[in-house]
Design a protein around this ligand. Structure first.
Ligand code: SF4
Ligand code: SF4
Length: 167
């Protein structure tokens, strides 16, 4: 009987090891598919993120760039195109709830100078500490691939954020 238990234990350990090895191989296989930011995100220009959920925050540097692009004074820009959200400024919305700079045909009409928040999406800092948020974000953004291994996600997002900082 004692030897049967030992055999059972050996089989059980072997099975557990095999399952773990298979999971590891699977993870490595998936990891090898995702090397750069383009492997996990490609904007399909659906405009869903311009719906204004939570607001598009604009910082002074955004305001300066956009004001220059649309040939308006930055004070005028704040008055005409921004609203307050707490202590911060967000782009105002059209009656249809879309961002004021969204056009159903042209999409983002300030694309070359759109706010950093829009340019950086979906490579945001919080993903490094909470990679599980990626799949939730992907529910409303069809350009994001789901089920990326967390370590891969952390690596790609970190690399992308470093590049964004020097842009
Ligand atoms: S929701 Fe995603 S895919 Fe659609 S426009 Fe926005 S970033 Fe691009
Ligand atoms: S600035 Fe452009 S990309 Fe950003 S929410 Fe507005 S329309 Fe969309």
């Amino acid at each position: 009987m004692a030897s049967d238990s030992a055999t059972d234990l050996t089989i059980s350990i072997d099975l557990t090891t095999s399952v773990k090895e298979a999971e590891y191989d699977d993870e490595k296989e998936r990891d090898s598919q995702f090397k750069t930011a383009n492997d996990i995100f490609n904007c399909i220009m659906c405009g869903e993120c311009c719906n204004g959920f939570g607001g598009t925050y604009v910082k002074n540097e955004d305001i300066e760039r956009i004001s220059a692009f649309i040939h308006c004074d930055s004070a005028e820009f704040r008055a005409k195109f921004c609203n307050k959200s707490g202590s911060k400024l967000v782009l105002s919305q059209s009656e249809n709830g879309k961002c004021i700079f969204f056009d159903s045909e042209k999409q983002c009409t300030i694309h070359p100078v759109k706010p950093r928040m829009c340019r950086n999406w979906p490579f945001i800092l919080t993903i490094i500490s909470h990679p599980e948020n990626w799949n939730a974000m992907a529910d409303s953004c069809s350009g994001m691939k789901k089920n990326i291994p967390y370590e891969t996600l952390r690596r790609i997002v970190s690399e992308k954020i470093k590049r964004q900082e020097t842009d």
